[in-house]
Design a protein around this ligand. Structure first.
Ligand code: SAH
Length: 220
């Protein structure tokens, strides 16, 4: 009974996060910090059914690169990434239950412009204003810095109402990035790798972002 109730709460909170802005999500959890723990226990339960976790793919990628790279983990959850690598990691989430996590809406982080080498979004492009998060990553990344995005595969499956990955990629490039690679081989999530362009376009054109559908979990 208890497991069912908490499963229901998780699904409600998950849907809330996918259907509001980051600012609304921040206000919501500031009023009810206990709900954040509830969300995260449900999240961990869901993840326990995934054969491979995207955060581990990102950890592997980081271990294959220099430990001197400075990382910003946008929507870090329990900060597993920071705990798994030697690099300096700035971890951001809506609520901080750990001194290493900075609580904020990640469209507005306290980082200086051009100050980090790698920006990570691991299953965290949740808010309806997700382009603002990527814009913030663009601001804080150094020229040629990396942008790594892992997202739920169904959100990028045009056959089932998901976004067209090419349109998403094009929008990210219009923001000032170059595509490096993508990996659709995993059953549950897809990975995009971009690099911030050395020189930004002087003209800012209107970017056509595809809509990203919420990822709703089924009752088990
Ligand atoms: N990256 C972690 C957690 C993924 S769950 C992992 O892979 O395990 C997605 C996380 O993004 C949640 O913890 C959620 O609170 C956070 N998040 C969503 N929108 C946010 C926002 N606007 N600002 C900060 N964190 C946000």
């Amino acid at each position: 009974m208890r497991a069912r109730l908490s499963g229901g709460h998780f699904r409600m909170l998950n849907e809330k996060l996918y259907t509001c802005t980051g600012k609304e999500a921040l206000d919501y959890f500031n009023e009810n910090p206990a709900l954040f723990d509830m969300y995260h226990s449900g999240y961990q339960e869901q993840m326990s059914h995934w054969p491979e976790l995207p955060v581990n793919i990102i950890v592997k990628w980081l271990k294959d690169h220099s430990p001197s790279l400075v990382i910003a983990d946008f929507g870090c959850g329990d900060a597993r990434l920071a705990k798994s690598v030697k690099n300096k990691v700035f971890s951001f989430d809506l609520v901080s239950n750990d001194p290493s996590v900075i609580a904020c809406d990640m469209s507005n982080t306290p980082l200086n412009s051009s100050s980090v080498d790698v920006a990570v979004f691991c299953l965290s492009l949740m808010g309806i204003n997700f382009p603002n998060y990527l814009q913030e990553a663009q601001r804080v990344l150094k020229p040629s810095g990396w942008l790594l995005i892992a997202e739920v595969k169904s959100r990028f499956d045009p056959n089932t109402g998901g976004a067209d990955p090419n349109k998403f990629s094009k929008a990210v490039c219009d923001l000032g990035f170059a595509p490096v690679s993508k990996d659709f081989s995993n059953k549950m999530f897809i990975m995009f790798y971009f690099k911030k362009k050395e020189k930004q376009n002087s003209k800012s054109k209107e970017i056509q972002w595809p809509e990203l559908k919420p990822c709703l979990y089924k009752r088990r």
